[in-house]
Write a new protein. Structure first.
Length: 42
């Protein structure tokens, strides 16, 4: 059974406005904008 894990963005961006996600050998950047939006780029 697959369980959906929910993370609050505030928990991720405590010390920085950007983090790196490693997925299948690739790196992605998740950034929090000044307007509170999220941007994911490869």
């Amino acid at each position: 059974m697959l369980v959906d894990e929910t993370l609050q963005s505030g928990e991720l961006f405590i010390t920085s406005k950007e983090l790196t996600i490693a997925h299948n050998g690739d790196s992605y950047k998740l950034r929090l904008t000044g307007n509170g939006k999220l941007i994911l780029t490869k």
